[in-house]
Write a protein that binds this ligand. Sequence first.
Ligand SMILES: [Zn+2]
Length: 270
Amino acid sequence: MRFFRKKKPVPDGVFIKCDGCGKMVYRKNTEERLWVCPECNYHFRISAADRVRLHLDDDTFREIDSGMTSNDPLRFVSGESYAEKLTTDCEKTGLKEAVCCGEGRIGGEDVVFAAMDFRFRGGSMGCAVGEKLTRAAELAASKETPLITISSSGGARMQEGALSLMQMAKTCAALQKLHTLRIPYLSVMTHPTTGGVTASWASMGDIIMAEPGAMIGFAGRRVIEQTVKEELPDGFQTAEFLLQHGFLDMIVERKNLTSTLSSVLAYLRH
Ligand SMILES: [Zn+2]
């Protein structure tokens, strides 16, 4: 497969260790399977650029707001300053923020597309990420094209404090407008999608999909167990558990995701 030749989210080498089963697996074999473990079907995290290459029709993507970045509103410092961390992540990923948004086509259908990149501050949502997603939703509304988001996030960005939390309300308000206009919004949750991202736009999809085995939740297991003073069932934050309990509409293997998005879009158009 030619999608994943440019940027590699996992270290170089002939073998890589699978985070799912712990086995050493052939890198090339895993890459050919779109970064899915040949032994246990673990879906490795992939970059926003990989998502664009994988899901959108060739050469149709036009990025918007690519220069938008956090302006560190709280001048936050804890050890290394937040500003320094942002610079490091920019250099590491070539991105200015943890989400990449734009217009493109899936199966010939116009869409507005947003994919998060976990390598940038753990895919966390600060003011810039919230603003980019809001603008993506507004663009979808103005063009009357469906919106598709691919989430992968550690939640709200603590270095921007309450301003991060406000992004939850802002993104949801923009999505509500889409809903009023009856424009489809498809949300795909990938491993992991947690915190304020799960608690806002990622859970607002008209259809909510997830990749197999994805960890999806709000607070972590330990925090919940300490709060409710109860032991939680095994796998309670996996995509499979959430599907069973009605939080998800479907679980889709990565190799089938593009065609599934395309057929759902075609279905909704009619
Ligand atoms: Zn594995």
